[in-house]
Design a binder for this molecule. Structure first.
Ligand SMILES: CC(C)(COP(=O)(O)OP(=O)(O)OC[C@H]1O[C@@H](n2cnc3c(N)ncnc32)[C@H](O)[C@@H]1OP(=O)(O)O)[C@@H](O)C(=O)NCCC(=O)NCCS
Length: 165
């Protein structure tokens, strides 16, 4: 099992993963793509995202691969802005619906922390909604220390955890 950057060879698998979400909004959002455009175009957009821009922090994206299948997806935001510090944190991830509760998200986050380490991020912020018990456990399994929660304008409670390398 390893993390791998999106590339042309994963196009069909990526579509398959999206189909499994059955119309719900795919997370992380960086993995949503407009099927009217070519996959090549989508990959080019990811490269632009990695560099960042005036209003977007640099972002890296990886698939969790096992046996030639995409089991999960993860986005790493290299720096925090005000919104990320309160709500989204450095890392966003998902596991495909049919592969949940098998320990894969816990492994995905562990692999992702090796990359944040390489990026020089010594304090990694990982967040989840208060009702996302599975995600909170994934973060705690990886050494997350809980900080103050944040309440969004519409009342959603975000739990915030720091993982120190
Ligand atoms: C949250 C999510 C990533 C968890 O993935 P996963 O592969 O099922 O997680 P794991 O198998 O590593 O489970 C970790 C722990 O959480 C528990 N868990 C997982 N899903 C759970 C759920 N829905 N309810 C209660 N506990 C849950 C597991 O039993 C395990 O417990 P343990 O550590 O005591 O053994 C997955 O459900 C998902 O992709 N959800 C949609 C996207 C999302 O919410 N992303 C996170 C945004 S913050």
């Amino acid at each position: 099992m390893h993390l791998e950057r999106p590339s042309l060879k994963w196009q069909d698998e990526h579509l398959d993963y999206i189909e499994e979400w059955d119309g719900r909004k795919l997370q992380p959002r960086n993995f949503r793509f407009d099927t009217d455009n070519s996959y090549d175009q989508y990959l080019k957009e990811l490269i632009v995202e990695e560099a960042g821009s005036d209003d977007r922090v640099p972002t890296s994206n990886y698939f969790l691969i096992d046996n030639n299948r995409i089991l999960g997806m993860v986005t790493i935001r290299h720096v925090l802005n005000d919104y990320l510090l309160q709500v989204d944190g450095h890392i966003g991830y998902s596991i495909r619906p049919t592969e949940r509760r098998k320990g894969y998200a816990t492994q995905l986050l562990a692999e992702t922390l090796k990359i944040t380490d390489q990026l020089g991020i010594v304090e990694v912020l990982v967040t989840c909604n208060a009702d996302n018990i599975g995600s909170a456990k994934v973060i705690l399994n990886n050494g997350g220390i809980e900080d103050e929660h944040f309440v969004e304008a519409h009342g959603n409670i975000v739990r915030r955890f720091w993982i120190r390398s």
